[in-house]
Design a protein around this ligand. Sequence first.
Ligand code: SER
Length: 884
Amino acid sequence: MRSYEIRRRFLDFFRRREHLEVPSSSLVPDDPTLLLTTAGMVQFKPYFLGTAQPPRPRLVSLQKCVRTVDIESIGVTDRHSTCFEMLGNFSFGDYDKTEAVPWAFAFLTDELGLDPDRLWVTVYRDDDETAALWRDVGIPADRVQRLGVADNFWDTGGPGPCGPCSEIFYDRGAAHGPPGGPAVDTDRYLELWNLVFMKHLRGDGAPGDDELPIVGDLPRACLESGLGVERVAVVLQGVVNVHEVDHVAPVLRRLRELVPGEAAGRVRSERIVVDHVRAATFLLADGVLAGNDGRGHVVRRLIRRACHHVALLRGRSTGQVLAELGSTVVDTLGDVWPELVERRGLVEQALAHEEEAFGRTLAHGSRLLQGAIRRTKAQAGSALDGQTAFTLHDRHGFPVELTMEIAREAGLDVDVRTFAALMEEQRQQARHARGQRRDQSGAATPFSQVLARAIRQRFVGYDQLSVETEIVGLLRDGTDAAVASEGHRVQVVLVETPFYAESGGQVGDTGLITTNAGARLRVRDTRLVAGLHVLEADVVCGEVRAKEVVDAAVDAERRAATARSHSATHVLHAVLRELLGDHARQHGSLVAPGRLRFDVTHFCALEPDQLEEIEATVNRRLLADPAVRIWETTPSEAKRAGALAFFGETYGEVVRVVDIGDFSRELCGGTHVGHGSQVGAVRLLGETAVASGVRRIEALTGFDALRHTDHERRLLEEVARLLAVTRPEDIPERLRVRLRALAEAERRLRELRESELSRLADTLAERRRLVDGRWVVCERLSERVIESREDARRLVAAIMQRCPQDQPGGVVLGWTRRGKAQLTLWINEPLGQTGVAARELLHPAGRAVGGGAGGSGPVAHAGGRYVERLDDALALAAHTVLSA
Ligand code: SER
């Protein structure tokens, strides 16, 4: 049975049992305590906790998941993957295990046709009830095993819902391992499905040996389950492991075509490459680009590990393969996961970019490693130190397996104990940092609790910029306030609000609130808190009270300037995709009055002529005056209509679509102009890199673009005045003439200076002292003569040339600069051959002026603050040179 059929049968089976199908959520969870979506239940956490209501008490889903905890097992066992699809049925206070157990059994045996005699189950320690239910459906007691917290209690690894679970396994037969059930071997007895009886609440504390930090119970008992699509496919398709099932195998085949060979250890490497490219492809398509921390780090690690194993598969030969493999993942799964197809360009470019960058890392790391190997061998060591392996891994992204392999080739071990200790230390630090982050982001503000009263607020600001309405929430310092007066900073919640709250990159509105009694509040910002539009306001005069009726008016001019930027942003997005390719997607944006910032996924810098073309195209589009049409529909309808959605965003049941002309269609909750020409002009200010694969474009819109042009014109006029030309057009020519003259003057100055230095060198060389066949030139020079070290270097070289080359000798010069004594000493070859170094010779003189001496070989410098001792120091240096 093909995996397509497995998915369809599962969803149908539960739909027939009154479950509502809910689409998979993004791999980026809407939850600060979780890095990635690791299971089907993740998107439903608020339903378990009772903080939100499910659309129906019974749900069913197919969820894409990425889980990296078992990354070391990939390719070693038959069953592990970092990237997998999970089917699940969910009950929120509705049915329980009495239904779920027989349904699971019926699905596996009747629908999929699995042999009931090969099914084994596990239950939590003393969960007699579930054990009895399994017996009732026909699984004999000797195939029901009882395990502890590690195996039969499920949680997300952090705070949230949790509960005992019951797992269903399939016995693949003696060829796959020893007998004895899943308690003995989980490769032979393959876990297919986990039924979790969610009833407790896990806290933030660390788990003990055999217990979790349970802090309470859920408001109602729930049930969730997870059936692994790949694992069921292994059984139904009669293959050995998850990399060989129908929707994974094409990637493996492609890899074998691209990188043929018979290297030892090939199987594991192949599976790792396939698995990691699949995971990276899904993550990239959900907008997670490779980076150095958080999710970005996960993607980077997966890609680098894949690259490393590609390198192992084919020895040291080069050539890129990951983009091609990513493309195969898209071909294989695009009909189930359309976002892969939609973002194929991005996936391919990101993989190619990372693979190339990692190629450079490997080259750089190899050089560092070869140096370390040479040093270790020179010191007759037998093992490369763990710190080097760790630095290579941590700072240079150089995998430790590769370090070990290269060291082994050179006949060295690696001190893996120290390496492991350093890794553990780093992990602890990361855990600590994560804990702190969670404290900041996860804490519910006192504010949201106050506002959690059932307030039905209406946002009317799409059509109205001022309304008469009532204050339903008045807060000071995050707590309810009955009254506030002049000088107070308050937060205000209105029943009807025309103020747009910061979201989707668009800044919050500002404006004015006036009460009937004449009090006035200046609204500085509008934010969303717990789903409410909350106004940050200052009471400018009078007194304001909760429940008062007020006039609320948005600063219309500012709003219009923001709307211009928002429409310009959509047009820019469309133009970027048109000119750069489909991989160019919005990765973040700021929409502010008169200006915008747009982050786009693109893997190299935008050249000035590209920016020019982008700017011209945007303006051309706007001047054609396209209509802006805004309409509402369901998310799936919008998707079908080709609307661009933002990565990872979760949308409600109704979405707002913004069309501009026939070239831009985006899901967007922001405010816009009615027609393109109302944006006025758009001026791009430039582009920069913000992260690997993300470029940032900044632009001005409307009046601000015009003001910017005015400003530039005034600057040019000023430059024209300074250059004494009447028309700005004449500036370039006049400037060229001036620059040529300046270059000429500088050249003549240099010549003059050189002849001055050369005359000085003549004089100083003449004045050299000669004692016992050794010579020294020692002079204190004025600051006017020596302007820089480079001057000193040239002068010394000239003096040296004029002194005997075959007799040992040296030149020592002193001068003061910015209130400090400076010394430099150069010794010639014959003196150097006596075994002395310039630095040692200059050292006592350096000490004399209050510093040390630096430099190497025949050259040394010294400096210190005791200017008054400079003459003595010079004399000392000269003496040292003569007597060394
Ligand atoms: N949350 C459980 C698991 O991932 C079942 O969905 O195993």
